[in-house]
Write a protein that binds this ligand. Structure first.
Ligand SMILES: [Zn+2]
Length: 435
């Protein structure tokens, strides 16, 4: 099913014509209303009149997270505050947080786009959606909430945390869908099992997971643990929040980007050069319809590839393949680029291991070292030949890392439940090199 048949299935030519029209409007608007863009376009020697084709956008400067911080809190808003009806902010774990604003129209569009996501996931007004994304300044909770109401589903505004209560509600209210981070889904499954609940017997049939990178193997783990179909959703607060892109249930292979609202480019994260669509690189977005907080060429730091092939579902929007990692999370271990998600892909699904891991990066002399700590299962830990089996497993993991990622890592298998559980986004890397 498709929520907005007209816009989600626009032939490419008509879609690109619409994008160009909207792009010219938004670029002209920010140039005249936001001091930051006026200065940055003038400095680069470009003006809104230079935009004759979509490719002309390449001449315009990027916007980066630091620009948002430098203009904290409202410096990049393109409308007066009297037209802003909602504010959200990022958690700001590193440096100042970034603040985004929405007009009434922005909220309507956001609501529709999340509605499109839920319909793409096969949900209808007959579904009950357990929304475990955090409510508050984080965009996840309210973003998913409004979209769920838009399609007429019943929403449980659960928010994050309080896992025992979540499990009770999952049993008692019988939701058919759940939204949360993939790591929290695993956490719920584990705690539920520990409480003696048959987590596979719940009514859940669909899970919509996002806000952190995850792997295909992890999808398999979650599907097995919760007996549901797991789908990938993408979004970031700077661009809108959840609902920038979503997998369709027909192919479950890459997330359709709502290209009538967002223009996507792929660039080389080192040089900033635009790469041909379909090449792996950093994803850059320009918002085409946002009023309060438009962004021009925003560097997401997410590394991924676009899938340009037509999809069985009939949507013409390009698909964003799995996020391989973030260009600022990228670990460089002795000159080899590695993303935590790639290490996860090696670990998850191996018999005897739990899907909980931690990466410890350090430096011995001038050489970087990586230690991968993974939990073993209770069964494995309690086994008779425990030490021998664990040593064998460690050895085979070291070989897998070398074979698949080309890195030499230490592997340490640790006791069940010794790695800290996540309640939102998992923090899996401890980089001691900075200390
Ligand atoms: Zn599709």
């Amino acid at each position: 099913m498709i929520y907005n048949e007209e816009f989600e299935t626009l032939p490419r030519e008509a879609l690109e014509a619409l994008q160009l029209k909207r792009l010219r409007q938004v670029v002209a608007r920010v140039y005249h209303t936001v001091n930051f863009y006026k200065k940055s376009f003038d400095k680069a020697g470009v003006s809104p009149d230079d935009l004759r084709t979509l490719n002309d956008l390449q001449r315009f400067p990027f916007t980066v997270k630091q620009d948002l911080r430098d203009n904290y809190p409202f410096g990049l808003f393109a409308v007066p505050m009297s037209n802003v009806v909602r504010l959200h902010a990022s958690s700001g774990t590193t440096g100042a947080s970034t603040v985004v604003g929405y007009t009434k129209h922005d909220i309507e569009i956001w609501t529709e786009l999340v509605g499109r996501c839920f319909v793409a996931a096969g949900l209808t007004k007959n579904d009950i959606i357990h929304n475990a994304y955090g409510y508050g300044l984080f965009t996840g909770g309210l973003g998913a909430h409004y979209g769920a109401e838009k399609i007429g589903a019943s929403v449980i505004p659960m928010s994050g945390g309080n896992t025992k209560r979540q499990i009770m509600i999952l049993q008692d209210f019988g939701p058919t869908a759940i939204c949360c981070t993939p790591s929290y889904a695993l956490n719920l499954a584990e705690q539920g099992r520990a409480m003696g609940v048959d987590m596979r017997a719940l009514k859940l049939r669909v899970g919509i997971f996002g806000a952190e990178p995850w792997s295909e193997k992890m999808r398999g783990e979650i599907e097995k643990a919760l007996n549901l179909t797991a789908l990938n959703i993408y979004g970031l607060s700077e661009i809108m929040g959840p609902g920038v892109a979503m997998e369709c249930s027909e192919e479950r292979n890459g997330m359709h980007i709502y290209e009538d609202n967002f223009l996507v480019e792929t660039i080389d994260p080192q040089t900033g050069e635009v790469l041909p669509p379909g090449t792996e690189g950093e994803i850059v977005f320009t918002t085409l319809t946002k009023e309060a907080f438009p962004l021009i060429r925003y560097r997401t730091r997410d590394i991924a590839r676009l899938n340009l092939t037509p999809c069985r579902c009939g949507r013409t929007h390009y698909r964003l393949e799995r996020i391989v990692g973030r260009s600022d999370d990228m670990l460089i271990i002795r000159g080899v680029n590695v993303f935590p998600s790639q290490i996860e892909a090696v670990l998850v699904g191996i018999d005897g291991l739990e899907p909980y891991y931690q990466l410890i990066v350090d430096r011995e002399g001038t050489l970087d070292t990586l230690e991968v700590q993974v939990e073993v299962t209770e069964k494995q830990f309690a086994g008779a030949d425990e030490i021998k089996v664990i040593q064998r497993l460690e050895k085979s993991l070291i070989k897998d890392m070398k074979d698949y990622l080309g890195i030499t890592a230490k592997v340490k298998l640790v006791e069940p439940k010794s790695i800290q559980r996540s309640f939102g986004k998992a923090n899996r890397v401890i980089d001691k090199r900075k200390i």
